[in-house]
Write a protein that binds this ligand. Sequence first.
Ligand code: GCW
Length: 694
Amino acid sequence: MKRFIELFILALLCFASLPASAENGYDLWLRYRPVEKKSLRNHYASRFSKVYVQDDLGATGDAIKDELDRALYSMIGKHPEYVAEKKDAKLIISSGDSGEGFSIKSKPGTQVTEIIGEGPVGALYATYALLHEMQMGKLLDNLDIERRPEISRRVLNHWDNLNGTIERGYAGYSLWNWERLPHDIDPRLIDYARANASIGINGAVVNNVNASARSLDRDWLVRLKGLADAWRPYGIKVYLTAKFSAPIEIGGLATADPKDPAVAEWWKKKADEIYTLIPDFGGFLVKANSEGQPGPQDYGRTHAEGANMLAEALEPHGGIVFWRAFVYRNDRNHDRIVSSYEEFHPLDGKFNDNVVLQVKNGPIDFQPREPFHPLFGGMDQTSVGMEFQITQENLGHAGHLVYLGKLFSEVLLSDTDGNGRSVADVLKSGKISAIAGVSNIGSEINWTGHPFGQANWYSFGRLSWNPEESPEDIAEEWIRLTLTDDDQSVKTIKDMMVMSREAVVNYEMPLGLNHIMNYATHNGPEPWHHDPVWSAYDYHKVSCDSIGVDRTLRGTRATAQYKQPICDKFDDLSLCPDEYLLWFHRLPWDYKMRSGRTLWHELVYKYNEGVNQVESMISDWDKVSAHIDKDRHKRVAALLRLQLEEAKWWRDGCLLFFDSYARKGIPTDYPQPQHSLDYYKSIPFPYDWDGYYK
Ligand code: GCW
């Protein structure tokens, strides 16, 4: 009988080693695929045969065991046996009182592996790291791993509304089942926590920055406690957005003036109430005086005065305030790019210690490529945190394959002062170091809509832990964990991913162009948008002889916001990299580029290069079909075809539009648009619910 069971398990394992015919992507990078090689299976089986987990690790200890159970059963068909004594164990897991760092060491000459976490969560992170080694097919003989996160707050920002919709979310509805919380913890909430813990994410702001004051009502706080309790074992703290006018809206006060003692008192009481329910509540994220949100300036107070009032309420409990720097004047005659620095730079040194200024990666708004925001390196006495956007608001939504690890890394490694002080160094040097990513997940079965959107969540977590990691290596690991282990396919897919970010820049907004997407949906080209309130013309300023915005010292002086020699690098045309050319400079159509082409010709070249890159992604994806499960292969193939169609829409719409000014014509050795400019202008924008589906 025993032999029969063994054969049966073996047959199952062999069967499982073929690309599965149906994978829906739900398991993310935690698929724990069966180990095919018998010798490796035996190697793992002996190393995990007896496991000691220090018994005071609490609920985190249970989470560790749960993960080991799942992973080992799935990978080698066996559950570990837990033993009470260290001396009997092959795997020893213990930890100190607190902290996220850990070590994993093989004991020389034995089959014993020892994990030591600084705290229980460190031990959990180590467990994921050990399972990661196994998923990558490594032997566990010579492990000598020591890790500690470089940035302390690694947080997802969910722009989830209380009614379940998600602002700029393209993967379904919110996962928070408020109506049944705190009683019913949907298993997805635990899988969400597992996924985050496996990549070191340790916080979640659960509601939209365009906030509803109601989320601070006791009603909601009680529900929030359900999430906090469920996620605590995984090291994830909950945060809330705080609407500045809440004292009026739900507190019954006549004002929200931060200098009014009754207002400050209201926030103090609110903080006390929250911490009674959730003792480790992370704090508040605030969008103030931005895009119509209320804020301290409504009362003639500064951002610092507003932030500090909230910070004082949270401080006795150890909470912090993320105060967003995303502000701009609603004035078309004022260059939006310079607004946020102008507003916040004078406030350097005025924020309390438990305030982090949360700054978007670039000075406009999550464009396919932006130079780093000059507040990184420009606020030496303030903790400055990063805000990336994982959801692809301006990069094809969940319809386009765009690997953002490249974008994140490009920004994090940008030199802020010519001496190699990178944006990542700036983040790390804050009293509180912090990095946030606007999440791309929702209720879709595979979490992110596009199967490759998972790689963006994954790479955000990995780079938050260690901003210096190579995005190429991260991509490769994600592919091996998530899609396939076939070496040739891994290489092909990795090349596609690495190129994909450049592709979207090329077919949407090359050479530093920006903000020329559709006004409402932010998907699809609309460089022609022009109305009294908002105009794409302010961002490209196209005319018959030139294009681009002069943001040099002779123009809007955006370059002056950077330290030297970075200022010169952007300001001096002979130094400015091509990718930021039209961001900082206004140039004639016949301007000679480094390539030898004219500016107009270069634009044609770049838009076409983007389309060609998507075409080559399609043929590359075709090549790996034998090594990817059918369902996911088919879905990505279909999405790539959509991406190609939309890339051509961008290329042809933008080139025809710009040429209606330049009047140069598209050189005959490039594909010619199939339709007129009017046709491209008339294409309805997907997701424009109001305009299209009414
Ligand atoms: O890019 C813009 C988005 C808004 C968003 C805003 C912000 C949450 O289009 O949807 O609002 O940025 O970051 O506050």
